[in-house]
Design a protein around this ligand. Sequence first.
Ligand SMILES: [Zn+2]
Length: 266
Amino acid sequence: MNTVSTLPFSISRLPAFNDNYLWLIDDGRRAITVDPGDAKVVKNALIERDLKLDYILTTHHHGDHTGGVSELQAEFGAEVIGPDSTNIPQVTQTVNDGQMIELLGIAFTVITVPGHTLDHIAYFAPASNALGQPLLFCGDTLFAGGCGRVFEGSFAQMRHSLDKLKVLPKDTRIHCAHEYTQANLNFAKVVEPNNPVLTQRIKIVSEQRANNIATVPSLLADELATNPFLRYDKTAVIAAASQRLNKKNLVGDEVFAAIREWKDNF
Ligand SMILES: [Zn+2]
């Protein structure tokens, strides 16, 4: 378990499966877990830290995010918060776009972000919280250096969802659910070979990964400067998409779709 922050709550990144990160937020006594795909991983962390699990947050229905929900719910009696989705029947409190929920004294705002799945939501906690810094738990929507595949929604929906995340405070820590950063940035480099901030980020991330250091959470400011899926309106990205499709005058959704399809086949 890697503790990311200790003031006054702890946020822990729990590696699971091949490249998933499950998240645990705790105040030393009680805990919230986000996307517990594997109950055992969360349980081990709870036992190690002598924590009681009060809340389970889910972002979307995929099994690597929900696989441990039933077991944790049964064992700890935790409340399960998530989207109104028939695919996540364990949810005991459904939440909607813009809704604020207070858990362990932390206020989270729910942001609906369909695209990867139709039921996908994200949880944002502003800096005014006890957590002390703005945090986003966004599942498989925004990744460090990339974004989730569009499985259920449309490209336009995904772009709109990412736009909702783009406007969060620039110092927001992006707690996504996978360690995909290096591969994402390798793709970003093909789209924007002349972006100096991207070149620098690739260098840093390469060193981190060579030393088996996690690259998540990332900072929204870094995503805005390097993530092609947040940069579909930038001249260099539009030019790359136009060249890829051999088509001029692409609009935002077309640029975004071209980049996403390109990445799918990268
Ligand atoms: Zn997913």
